[in-house]
Design a protein around this ligand. Structure first.
Ligand code: SF4
Length: 443
């Protein structure tokens, strides 16, 4: 174990935007102490794995990565390795037992304590910092937004719902909304910093409530959208049952709220939705989609789907395919059901064979592929403001997002010839549509 503090850190991040923001928070705290980031794991004397436990595969990946990083310890005395994120919260001290030379475990509600954890490790303790303390550090001045193109703001942490497949309530703890005044201060800070796109984050983002007050997510959306300089406003992840007509109204009222919404449905069968304890029906979901499209006819929707949930019959699955056809999503994140420890679903009867779940997943992809191609083709000839997010995979190209969240590839020419305008808006006309992206030219 090192006597001194580390000098270079490397972070690998899996999972959702909340984890991305936690990585920015840890990076900022470390950088403020002069500990610099590196993209080369071989250069680092502090390695952090910011993990996701939503699916078993993601969890296995983290442990296998831990196994491969451990070997650096043989040649680099003093190297520290920390497990962070949702796997850390879920495994706690078990992770230290399982990985003998793991230095510390840091849960998502404790990322504000990274420096303290390093100090305790320096004094010899193998620290387990997990759980959900009432007072949590959240210093927005130490968030490293470097290289980012959108300003993310966590408005609500944790989740009080108990969907029977989901581990999040165990890893992210009970729901806690942050006060509106703090959130608006953070938004203004991001605008001063030069961000034009603000993304509000939460596991059930639209369940935000002013602590001890009456304001709800519709009021917050309205307030953020009115801030000078907010050119684009997004939020993720919405829970269908928590949407109110006032929230829908904000889409009609504020053109800077992006015409895009991720609205996880999970299944197209009421029977399966009940087994999942989602608390809404397919009919109420359709009704919400109708309201949203009325408020904002150009709105693009995306969703999460689970296939092969315990008890899902062929008929249930057919209903899911029907729903996909009816809603015509711009994109879908579909997964085979993955049993997670502590959740109720693994005890349900009617496990679906993995081969069958795989077949269902491929059927979803095939059907969605056609819809997506069709929807993207309808965008050819349209002009969008594209928010530049990075270099393209082909030389001489850059990539970005439309307001409706499509990935766009642009040649690095004309208006953008001066270099990568990361985080800036570039006007471009769509020339060609692919199933997963658009090709455009700056205008
Ligand atoms: S709403 Fe359900 S799926 Fe979403 S985080 Fe909470 S328990 Fe998980």
């Amino acid at each position: 174990m090192s006597e001194s503090m580390p000098r270079r850190f490397f972070i690998e991040t899996w999972g959702c935007q909340m984890n991305e923001l936690d990585t920015q928070r840890m990076s900022g705290q470390l950088m403020q102490q002069g500990i610099l980031p590196t993209k080369e794991v071989a250069e680092a004397d502090l390695i952090l794995l910011n993990s996701c436990s939503v699916r078993e595969k993601a969890e296995q990946k983290v442990y296998s990565r831990l196994g491969s990083y451990r070997r650096f310890k043989e040649t680099r005395p003093g190297l520290l390795i920390g497990l962070c994120g949702c796997v850390a919260q879920e495994a706690g001290a078990r992770a230290l037992k399982r990985v003998p030379d793991l230095d510390f475990v840091l849960g998502p509600a404790r990322v504000g304590e990274i420096l303290d954890v390093l100090e305790r490790r320096r004094q010899g303790e193998r620290v387990v910092a997990t759980g959900f303390p009432e007072n949590r550090e959240y210093d927005l001045d130490t968030i490293s937004r470097h290289g980012e193109y959108k300003g993310m703001v966590t408005i609500i942490e944790g989740c009080d719902k108990k969907c029977t497949f989901c581990i999040v309530p165990f890893t992210r703890g009970p729901e806690r909304s942050r006060p509106m005044a703090d959130l608006l201060r953070e938004v203004r800070h991001l605008l001063d910093y030069g961000f034009v796109e603000i993304e509000l984050l939460g596991q059930t983002v639209n369940h935000w409530r002013e602590p001890g007050g009456d304001a709800d997510f519709a009021d917050l959306l309205d307030a953020v959208a009115r801030e000078d300089g907010v050119e684009r406003l997004r939020f993720v992840t919405s829970y269908p049952r928590d949407f109110t007509p006032r929230m829908v109204e904000q889409f009609a009222r504020h053109p800077n709220i992006c015409p895009y919404l991720h609205l996880p449905v999970q299944s197209g069968s009421n029977r399966v939705l009940k087994l999942m304890a989602r608390g809404y029906t397919v009919e109420s979901y359709y009704d919400l989609v109708g309201q949203l499209r009325e408020a904002r006819p150009d709105i693009a929707l995306s969703t999460d789907l689970i296939v092969g949930f315990p008890g899902e019959t062929e008929d249930d699955f057919e209903q899911t395919l029907e729903l996909i056809k009816a809603v015509r999503y711009a994109s879908i994140y579909a997964f085979k059901y993955s049993p997670r420890p502590g959740t109720a679903a693994p005890n349900l009867p009617g496990a679906v064979e993995p081969v069958e779940a795989d077949r269902r997943l491929q059927a979803v992809f095939a059907q969605q592929g056609e819809i997506q191609r069709d929807l993207n083709e309808q965008l050819v000839g349209e002009v969008f403001d594209v928010l530049v997010t990075g270099w393209g995979s082909r030389p001489g190209t850059i990539t970005g997002r439309t307001p409706c969240h499509r990935v766009v590839h642009l040649p690095l020419e004309g208006a953008v010839l001066d270099g990568l305008p990361l985080g800036k808006l570039v006007s471009a006309r769509v020339e060609q549509a692919n199933p997963h992206s658009l090709i455009a030219n700056p205008v």
